[in-house]
Ligand binder design. Structure first.
Ligand code: DGY
Length: 326
């Protein structure tokens, strides 16, 4: 019997590449960079399943070119804003993602970014490496305290909640905004539900954990940044376009807010000449919040299993559009 044809658009952990190749006819794109669009479109013709990344645009054009035999789209990420879910659902194609396994790792990374920005860790480390450290000085590298601060969380999903749990240990007051009030979580942790404006005005730290959709695009723009405290720190581990980058640059330059720590940018990767890169109060890392060995292994595993389940019309372990799951 012919094995199902699959395309995997980047290398994942070798064990899971082996698992896929044992169970399919595998076309693996091994480059570090994503397949260019024209090549991606050529490669999807006639495939039964695709394992893709957030850098691959999976839209109706791609699904049409792939053909009606396409049985599964397996994303190695929890977010799926690169995939047209409605189009997949219309075609009865289940879309897998990798939630849960990355929740705590991403929450840890949020805190790493926050602490580094609050205490100017990357900036002062550069200072030492550049040979500029001449003495201890009472006024050098003053930062912001995190303990006992008011911690505003936008998006109280799985990751937002884990970030909140860690804030308890820092004696923070936690306020949150989400389109859905999470009374179930309020029973477990001291979380105060507020509207967005109240959160922006009162928080010392604002951490973004929303999905990217039409409602959250540029959720944080000039108006919102103007409401924030001048000592405040904005952390974004969600998606770059949730923040209006130009407005953020102006707010950081004019010291309307104190610092930003970004795991994600708009666009990604951030262009080398982007003005945000010139600011000492803007810490930027290359979308690494889920990048621990253990978590990326688990993400590889789930996405590989979702792919092979899907091409065999078996139920995906985690499915974004369960109404069409097998
Ligand atoms: C995701 O999973 O959506 C992250 O952005 C990458 O881990």
């Amino acid at each position: 019997m012919n094995k199902p044809k699959v395309l995997v658009t980047r290398n994942i952990f070798p064990e899971w590449i082996n698992y896929i190749s044992d169970n399919s006819e595998l076309d693996l794109w091994e480059d570090e960079l994503p397949p260019p669009r024209d090549i991606l479109l050529k490669k999807v013709k006639g495939i039964d399943g695709i394992l893709c990344l957030l850098t691959d645009k999976i839209d109706s054009e791609l699904m049409d070119i792939a053909g009606p035999q396409l049985k599964v789209i397996s994303q190695i990420a929890v977010g799926f804003d690169n995939i047209n879910i409605n189009e997949a659902t219309k075609r009865k194609i289940p879309v897998g993602n990798t939630p849960d396994v990355l929740t705590s790792t991403t929450a840890d990374a949020t805190w790493s970014l926050l602490m580094a920005a609050a205490r100017r860790i990357t900036e002062s480390e550069r200072f030492v490496h550049q040979g500029k450290w001449k003495t201890w000085h009472p006024l050098h590298f003053l930062g912001q305290d995190i303990y006992k601060s008011t911690f505003g969380i936008i998006g109280m999903g799985r990751i937002g909640y884990e970030v909140a749990k860690r804030a308890i240990g820092f004696d923070c007051k936690i306020i949150y905004y989400d389109v859905n009030r999470r009374k179930d979580l309020e029973e477990k942790l001291p979380l105060e539900y507020v509207d967005l404006k109240t959160l922006l005005i009162n928080s010392d730290i604002i951490s973004l954990h929303t999905v990217l959709n039409d409602d959250t695009y540029h959720l944080i723009g000039e108006k919102e940044l103007n409401l924030m405290k001048d000592n405040s720190i904005l952390v974004n581990v969600s998606r770059g376009p949730v923040v209006d980058s130009k407005a953020l640059y102006n707010a950081l330059l004019d010291k309307k807010i104190w610092a930003a720590a970004l795991d994600v940018t708009d666009p990604e990767p951030i262009p080398n000449d982007d003005p945000l890169l010139k600011l000492d109060n803007c810490l930027i890392v290359p979308h690494i919040a889920s990048a621990s060995y253990k978590t990326r292994y688990e993400m590889s595993k789930i996405s590989a299993e979702n792919l092979i389940n899907g091409v065999n019309k078996k139920s995906l372990i985690t499915c974004v559009n369960p109404e069409v799951n097998y």
